[in-house]
Design a protein around this ligand. Structure first.
Ligand SMILES: Nc1nc2c(ncn2[C@@H]2O[C@H](COP(=O)(O)OP(=O)(O)OP(=O)(O)O)[C@@H](O)[C@H]2O)c(=O)[nH]1
Length: 428
């Protein structure tokens, strides 16, 4: 009775856990991808903010140089002071900043630069051309992928006023010291309002995306722990509040369905099932098996004389007396009315005859409280090879009715006849 419910509980829990695991996996997949997308979006925003901040810093340095440094330095004769050039100041200052931020980069590139190193090429040149064509005053673009991904933030470098043309108009108008230092090749012929290049801040996306991965791993770990705890609690609750009560009530129902309500003996269906099971088992093991049919004598009279309740008590009392004599593997069944049967595994006809005599003595030996002495007729039969349970019971029943016919209060064995006390023994 216990192994089957255990198996049922395990398989029910197993199926539920499979469904839950599937649902959880889908939930984690969906929520994980939404969360990862949100984290990546945030990381992207962070990188953009950093780029914008660096650009603002460079522009501040540029503005300061234009407004407070350039004109003052250029008034002096002597070698050309690069610190007078806003672009030089900005690039140099940003290099100091980038000592604390390796891999960050700030560049000022031009189509026609004074310094050949600052010539725009490839995608940088395309960005400048796009600024020259008009439209947006800032552009974001990425290069590389994975750990090497960089975000670039570009703004146009425009010739804002005539002061710029002092150095970039023509070699003739430029300070002699500048021409002496950089030559006459590049950086001239610029016009006011023209986009000549671009400021480009480059920020590595690596740190921000590493943070995304680490946050996401923490999220996965926390979600898995949450789901596992949820499973554990759910399993515990399921066992306590659903499965265990179902198993208990099934066991109660199974017991009720297999027992006779009045006497507690096995009911007819249960008795016949056990008889068939024992016949199969004995057939395999070659062990003997016997049955005893018991029918109370003149039971109708007891009912008529003392009432139905006393009749019920007689039935209960007879069962108690019989059960006390039976062994642990013997089975008492109520086949109907006042008719009972006893299944005796591993018992031959001689043992069954002795047991029947004992049972008759148990029933009739001591008067019942209200009904007085009650007797019974018993039929005994040993199972024959190839015989069904019904056929075995039929032979025991025939022996019982012979006992009735022969005068009741006796045991009759299907064959041979056995002597019993107190009634006479009748041949089967
Ligand atoms: N009190 C009570 N009586 C029952 C129960 N089941 C059947 N009976 C009665 O048992 C009686 C059986 O009567 P019969 O079949 O005539 O048999 P009998 O009176 O024992 O006569 P013999 O078997 O020939 O000795 C009937 O009156 C049934 O009503 C029960 O659960 N309780």
């Amino acid at each position: 009775m216990t192994s089957k419910p255990d198996g049922w509980m395990k398989s029910t829990r197993g199926r539920l856990n499979m469904v839950l695991a599937g649902v959880s996996a889908v939930a984690m997949l969906v929520s994980g991808s939404v969360f990862h997308a949100a984290l990546s979006q945030d990381a992207h925003e962070d990188v953009r903010r950093e780029a914008v901040l660096q650009m603002a810093t460079a522009q501040a340095v540029r503005a300061y140089t234009s407004e407070h440094v350039r004109d003052a330095l250029l008034q002096h004769d002597g070698p050309f002071p690069p610190a007078a050039v806003p672009s030089f100041s900005a690039v140099t200052t940003m290099k100091y900043l980038q000592q604390a931020y390796p891999d960050y980069r700030y560049q000022e590139l031009a189509i026609n630069p004074t310094q050949p190193d600052n010539r725009a090429r490839g995608w940088e040149l395309q960005v400048i051309e796009a600024f020259r064509a008009g439209g947006a005053e800032e552009r974001f673009l990425t290069t590389g992928s994975g750990a090497a991904q960089m975000l670039h933030y570009a703004r146009p470098l425009r010739v804002v006023n005539e002061a710029c043309l002092r150095c970039h108009g023509s070699p003739e108008a430029a300070p002699a010291a500048l021409v002496a230092k950089y030559g006459r090749q590049g950086g001239f012929g610029w016009r006011v309002g023209e986009v000549v290049g671009a400021q480009i801040v480059s920020v590595p996306a690596r740190t921000a995306f590493a943070r995304v991965d680490s946050t996401f791993l923490h999220y996965l770990g926390a979600s898995a722990a949450l789901f596992l705890s949820f499973f554990a609690v759910l399993n515990w609750m399921l066992s306590r509040t659903v499965l265990q009560p179902i198993v208990s009530s099934n066991q109660r129902l199974a017991k009720l369905a297999s027992r006779d309500g009045l006497t507690g003996a096995a009911n007819r269906r249960r008795f016949l099932a056990q008889l068939d099971g024992e016949i199969r088992r004995c057939g395999t093991q070659g062990a003997p098996l016997s049955v005893i049919m018991i029918d109370l004598d003149h039971f109708k009279r007891i009912n008529d004389e003392h009432g139905h309740a006393v009749g019920d008590e007689v039935l209960r009392s007879c069962c108690r007396r019989v059960k006390r004599r039976l062994g642990p593997s013997d089975v008492l069944g109520r086949l109907g009315g006042e008719e009972f049967a006893v299944l005796l595994p591993a018992t031959d006809e001689s043992g069954a005859g002795q047991m029947a005599a004992l049972l008759l003595l148990a029933i009739s030996g001591k008067p019942m409280q209200q009904a007085g002495q009650v007797t019974a007729s018993l039929g005994v039969a040993r199972h024959r090879a190839g015989e069904t349970g019904a056929q075995l019971l039929e032979r025991a029943d025939a022996a019982l009715y012979r006992a009735k016919r022969e005068g009741r209060n006796r045991v009759v064995r299907a064959a041979p006849l056995i002597p019993v006390v107190p009634g006479a023994c009748v041949a089967g």
